[in-house]
Design a protein around this ligand. Sequence first.
Ligand SMILES: [Zn+2]
Length: 71
Amino acid sequence: MEPKKFELGDIVQMKKQHPCGTNEMEIIRMGMDIRIKCVGCKHSVLIPRAKFEKNMKKVLRSKETNEGEEG
Ligand SMILES: [Zn+2]
């Protein structure tokens, strides 16, 4: 199993879905803790890195390939 790799700006899929019904989150801040923003309702949460890695399923889109999106 390859290690999880994620970067700032990536859209990731979480194992548990957000109460609003989506499980896609955008990484908006990286550090000891990770801040992610729900793609559905734009709510952001700060969670410890270890917990994030455990709860994250996979990276859906990385920032470099994330083209043609509008605000
Ligand atoms: Zn949400």
